[in-house]
Each structure stands twice: as C-alpha cells, then as structure tokens.
Ligand binder design. Structure first.
Ligand code: FCB
Length: 437
C-alpha cells in the first residue's frame, strides 16, 4: 500500500466553535441545540474545540501524527451567512488560512462542502425541502471552487445524505428535527440533485479535480433465518444504502423501497440524469452493522431494529463487526464499480479516561486495527480502495450526543482546550511512519 493515502477527518460544526464571530451566520444546528431535550446536556457548538482559533496547533499535531491528508468541511453559514447572496470575506479568509497552513505542512486538503450545518436562513425558506436549494447549493459551490480551487483538488459534495434526510426529516433526531416521510423523501432527492449540480460546478472551476460524495453504508442483517426477517433486512438495506447509492450510480430509486413506503420523492424529468454524475471516487463511511426483524405494525417500513446479544458494542451502542465492513466494500465494488473508494470515516467512541495524563484506549486501537485488516482484505480482493481517514482527529461535538461521546485519536479537555494524544494516536502514528504491516 505504498501510495495509500492516510488521513484524519473532522467537520466544521463539530470542532470550529467561534459560532458568533467574524460574521458567521446561524446554522440549523445552532437552532436545534436550543430546543430542550434534543441534544444531550443541552450542549452546543458555540465553542466546541475552538479549532477556529487553534487550527495551527491542531495542524501541528496532525503533522506529528504523520497524516498525509485532512478531510474537513466548510461551514456554509460562515461563508454565505444567509445561504445565498452576500459573501462573508472573513469566513473565506479562515479557510484560506487553514488550507495554506495545511499545504505548508504538506498535508493535502480534502474538502467536504456540506456536513450538516445548513444556514438557518435557508431553513426558514424550507431548507432541503425547497427545490430551489439546488440553485443555492450551486451558488455556494461556485463560491468555494472559485476561491479554493487553485489549492484544493479533492472535493466531496455531501457528507452522509442519509443523515440529513432520514435523521433530520423523518426521525427528527438531528437538525432541523422534522418528522415527515414525504418531506424526508423530497429532501433526499434535493440533496442528491444538489450533489449533481455541485459536481458540474467543481469540474468547470477546478483543474484536475478529484470529485466524490460521501455515503454512509450500514449493512443490515436479519435477526432470524425466517423469510420475513430476511425481507426486512433487504428493505432496510434498500432504505439506508441503495436509496443513495443507486441514483448516484445512474439507477432509479429502489423500487422495492418505494413500493413498501407507498411514497416517492417528487421527481422531474432530467433529475436522475443530474444526480448521476461521473465520479472520480466514492467516499465510504462505515461504523457498524444493524440487525433487523419484520414488524408489520411499524411505519413507514414494516421493520424494527433488534438488539443482538453477546456482541461487542462501542459507547454508542453500535455493534463492532469488521467483517461486515469487508463484505460491504466488496459488494459496493462489484455492484457499482466506483473508479476509486476512499474510506472517508471510520472510528469508534469509548468511555475514555484520563489517568496520570494518559488515555489508554486499547478498545479504540483494537477497533481500528481490525477494521484496517478488513479494509486491506477487501482491497486485496480487488476493491479499489485508495485511502483511509480515521474519524476523528479530535474528540468533538457528537451531534445529538453532545460532548459525551468521544471519537478522537486526540483527547480534548473542553474546559482548558488542552489536547492530549491518546494511545490510539501513537498507534496510528506508528502505523503511518512504518507503513502498514
Ligand atoms: C458520522 C458523521 C460524523 C460523526 C460520526 C461519528 O455519521 O458523519 O460527523 O458524527 O458519524
């Protein structure tokens, strides 16, 4: 794996802080955090890891770790506070400084345009449920590519459209906290169209661009061997995985899911073509596998999730199952033939403890090592995997879980903002210095 790209990943709202500084507009997450009961401990991203001010120290740590690439996201409300129209130069300046500081340290920037922090001003106009958002996103993409395209070549349009669509608009667990099936379906469609248009903008503004989208894949396995449970797993796979992969790779939305839902997004002619852009790579985020069973009383799909017993689980209660990672990488390669795959996120949360200034996170190391093995095995069987970004570089604001769940290789003391590399950071560093075994 000589040319293999090793990196770390973060996202804007989870680390930047400086929520009310230098002209940043409000995002739907600022609003969501103010709704009682939505985010653990009433936490919010006002300060987070204060990365906005401490980015140089953070990039020095990255350099120490030996990473070759950094995946970060731009906060749309920081650069266009109202979502469209007036640009906030101070916001763009921050990302200029960040990108230049990365390049100075010979770390390659990998830029995600959207990692969930939609400008609140756009939400007030319907947000992702308003078809006009495709144009707004296109305008945002113009701003980013024309400003950074000389230095940034690796572009990801969206992070995990599933979470924006299903968690944000069907289950209501994430911003903007809506619970409506038809809205969620239209949102998924508008997200994917925005991805399509943004790809075109990147191609026309950035020479030698490397363009992709980041999709989270969660394998679904049946709780029992019954035909009903097996059908349920098939349906969940359709709703969580194929729903996003199929259209991006030139197919329609999965018919079995539309059938089971009895609903479909509002699709206009030409939409599917816009979504199906030629991609240089697929970004894959993988964390766990899910076990499901049939449940005729459940809506919108006749399924339920089942808590499998006697399995290892992370602090998120997510099942650890590296083999499922290997299998889904092989399946994606075979069924969709992406030109390249980058693992854009993979990692785990544990109840880290600081003892004598040390964080001995052996479970995280074990998770990492086993998932890297699974990835290598998929690669050796032909999956075109070219890189791996560990989630996450730093402990950060874990959305509805607030600061309770720590995914970082670097520990953050939120009171003092002191960063301490965990044992896993040393492990990752050693791996990158020696090259993988
Ligand atoms: C992913 C998100 C990322 C982080 C990890 C744990 O779904 O993309 O921001 O929350 O999960």
């Amino acid at each position: 794996m000589n040319q293999f790209l090793w990196g770390v990943a973060t996202s804007s709202y989870q680390i930047e802080g400086a929520a009310n500084e230098d002209g940043r507009g409000q995002s739907i997450w600022d609003t969501f955090c103010k709704v009682p009961g939505k985010v653990a401990n009433f936490d919010n991203g006002d300060i987070a890891c204060d990365h906005y001010h401490r980015y140089k120290e953070d990039l020095d740590l990255m350099k120490w770790m030996g990473v070759k690439a950094y995946r970060f996201s731009v906060a749309w409300p920081r650069v266009i506070p109202n979502g469209f129209g007036k640009i906030n130069e101070m916001g763009l300046d921050f990302y200029d400084r960040l990108i230049d500081s990365l390049l100075e340290r010979e770390i390659v920037p990998w830029l995600t345009m959207y990692h969930w922090d939609l400008p609140e001003a756009l939400q007030l106009r319907g947000g992702w449920n308003n078809r006009e958002i495709v144009e707004w996103f296109g305008e945002y993409a113009e701003v980013l590519t024309s400003r950074f395209g000389d230095r940034v070549k690796n572009w990801m349009t969206l992070n995990e459209p599933l979470c924006s669509a299903w968690l944000g608009h069907l289950y209501g667990d994430m911003a903007p906290g809506i619970k409506d099936l038809q809205t969620a379906l239209n949102v998924s469609h508008n997200l994917l169209m925005s991805h399509g248009l943004a790809c075109q903008v990147i191609r026309s503004n950035v020479s030698e661009a490397n363009v992709g989208i980041v999709i989270n894949v969660t394998p679904a396995v049946p709780a029992t061997e019954s035909q009903e449970d097996s059908n349920a797993a098939q349906l969940v796979d359709g709703f969580d995985n194929r729903w996003f992969l199929d259209p991006v790779f030139g197919r329609t939305y999965p018919a079995d899911v539309i059938d089971a839902l009895g609903a479909s997004p509002e699709i206009h002619s030409g939409d599917m073509k816009l979504i199906a852009q030629d991609l240089d790579f697929l970004g894959v985020n993988f964390y766990f596998r899910q076990t499901v069973a049939a449940d005729q009383n459940s809506k919108p799909l006749p399924i339920k999730s089942v808590n499998r017993e006697n399995v290892q689980r992370t602090a998120m209660n997510w099942e650890v199952h590296p083999q499922a990672f290997e299998e889904i990488l092989l399946r994606i390669s075979k069924e969709y033939s992406p030109k390249a795959i980058y693992i854009t996120e993979n990692g785990s949360a544990w109840n880290d403890e600081v003892i004598n200034d040390e964080i001995i996170d052996d479970e995280r190391i074990d998770y990492l090592a086993r998932h890297l093995d699974a990835m290598k095995s998929a690669k050796s069987q032909g999956a075109p995997i070219l890189g791996y970004f560990a989630w996450s570089f730093l402990d950060n604001f874990e959305w509805a879980y607030g600061y309770e769940k720590r995914f970082g290789l670097i520990y953050v003391d939120y009171k003092t903002q002191i960063r301490t590399p965990k044992k896993s950071a040393f492990y990752y560093r050693q791996l990158l210095l020696n090259g993988p075994a």
